[in-house]
Design a binder for this molecule. Structure first.
Ligand code: ZN
Ligand code: MN
Length: 496
């Protein structure tokens, strides 16, 4: 092929993801060590002979991790087999001192499944090939920054043994943006299930496979035949730890491979490392194959039978279903329903408010006012879930007309968040209670008496005059009068 024709090749990226997520359990998957890091913990202190891999130590499976895995399987629509088994994945690397990882090989706890998500206004469905349980290795920190330039590496086994679920997708993604949208949806589902904490450092890690094929090989339904996929050399990019990182790493890798192919070079089949700080992928080693791991049965753990039990494990309403119900039950538009179901905590919070007030009023206060102010402060709903009662009283003060909407939004809510005050304290200290009728009437009289020019202008039919007088009354009452009422009173007095 000449360079001329090479440049005209229309190429498409084929992407598959292996997503490792930490499951939220009290203790590690095969021992009783806590999974919850202390703020000031020393390295290698949250450990025991099992998670340090000392000779003779025996693993005991954590029931909570299995329960969480079954929930994930149910949410993905997976087949959960009667019996599932554990295997040893052998490799020599200091993050696992026993030189193998306990994982699941040919009998994973979740077989097949799918996830539907939105990207650029389209709905996409990606197939899940499998999802299995395994143990997290320890964490390495490379002194001097980067894995390929560090002088030495430190190891911390506090993380070792944290339950992980590895979720493997089919190579169904065609762009980095799709992969990012998928990860956002997966995270949302896992959070709804209550098995995952997105805020925990390192709770999500992604390995991404990417290869490039001729666009002509993609059929109308977006499918690509096995042979084409097999013949394209792919790279596996490791060390991706966020949705945004996945999109950046894959976009980089797509461009790198396309450029190589356009120049007539072959893409090496290899493992590459995503260097977040430099924004590039770097070559690590030629990619190992499955046979290199010498998988064999973990004889220290008996086969796991979840039949009978798995039916009893319930999962909550998932985000898509909840969004749909919010639209029907509360009459919300798509945008509000989407905002109010962005996390399970937000949705729960909204439903508690909507029980007591009009659903539209509740939506305005939670979706627009509260979430807006929280976002501005870099806070989350979880920072105020314990203050549901205070927030309910704020909406009540507005609903009963005790304070104006403007004061509620601009003063009370903001001080509740900034100074952690309850709404009554703010209303009292700022003198925001609506001025009683007599005081408003007096302020109206004052405004008319003190501004004869404006009164004259009003009678001459000049537009701004009434607004000016309303403004005088509002100022007099410290903004606590209702502008509509003031308007009405002024007209009555001026016309009368
Ligand atoms: Zn342990
Ligand atoms: Mn894995």
């Amino acid at each position: 092929m000449t360079a001329q024709t090479a440049e005209q090749r229309d190429l498409t990226a084929v992407i598959g993801l292996e997503v490792h997520v930490q499951l939220e359990t009290e203790t590690k998957i095969f021992c009783g060590c806590s999974t919850q890091p202390d703020d000031d913990e020393e390295p290698n202190t949250r450990t025991c002979p099992v998670c340090l891999g000392l000779p003779g130590a025996l693993p005991v499976l954590n029931e909570g991790a299995v329960e969480a895995a079954v929930k994930v399987g149910k949410a993905l629509g997976s087949e959960i087999p009667e019996e599932t088994r554990f295997h040893r994945k052998n490799y020599y690397y200091p993050d696992l001192p026993k030189n193998f990882q306990i994982t699941q090989y040919d009998a994973p706890i979740c077989d097949s499944g799918e996830i539907e998500f939105g990207v650029d206004g389209d709905r996409r469905t990606v197939e899940i090939e499998r999802a299995h349980l395994e143990e997290d290795p320890g964490s390495l920190s490379h002194a001097g920054g980067s894995i390929d330039t560090a002088e030495y590496t430190l190891i911390d086994y506090n993380r070792a043994g944290t339950p992980l679920m590895e979720i493997v997708t089919a190579p169904d993604f065609r762009s980095a943006a799709e992969a990012r949208a998928f990860l956002a949806k997966l995270t949302e589902v896992l959070e709804y299930l209550g098995v995952f904490d997105v805020t925990r450092n390192g709770s999500l890690r992604v390995d991404a496979n990417l290869s490039i094929v001729d666009a002509a090989e993609v059929d109308e339904g977006g499918g690509i035949d096995e042979e084409t996929l097999e013949s394209a050399n792919r790279t596996e990019v490791k060390n991706i730890s966020s949705h945004k990182g996945a999109e950046k790493a894959l976009a980089y890798e797509e461009t790198r491979q396309k450029n190589a192919i356009q120049r007539g070079r072959e893409v090496e089949q290899e493992t590459r490392h995503w260097d977040e700080s430099r924004g590039i992928t770097v070559s690590m080693r030629s990619k190992e194959e499955e046979k290199d791991y010498r998988y064999f049965r973990e004889a220290d753990l008996p086969p796991l039978r979840v039949s009978g039990w798995k039916e009893e494990i319930e999962i909550p309403e998932l985000p898509d279903a909840r969004r749909e119900r919010f639209r029907e039950e509360y009459g919300l538009d798509a945008e509000s329903a989407s905002k109010l179901t962005s996390t399970k905590q937000v949705a729960d919070f909204y439903e508690r408010i909507a029980e007591k007030f009009d659903s539209g009023l509740a939506a305005t206060w939670v979706a627009d006012n509260l979430l807006g102010e929280l976002h501005y402060r870099d806070m989350a709903i979880t920072d105020v879930t314990d203050r549901l009662g205070e927030f309910t009283r704020l909406v009540e003060l507005v609903d009963t007309g005790e304070i104006t909407v403007k004061n509620a939004e601009e003063v009370v809510l903001r001080r509740m968040l900034d100074d952690r005050l309850d709404p009554e304290t703010v209303v009292e200290s700022e003198g925001l209670g609506k001025t009683d009728d007599d005081a408003v009437a007096a302020a109206v009289s004052d405004a008319i008496e003190e501004n004869p020019d404006a009164v004259e202008d009003y009678h001459a039919g000049e537009d701004g005059a009434l607004n000016f007088l309303v403004g005088q009354v509002m100022a007099e009452t410290g903004g606590s009068a209702d502008p509509g009422t003031v308007n009405e009173l002024l007209r009555e007095r001026l016309e009368g």
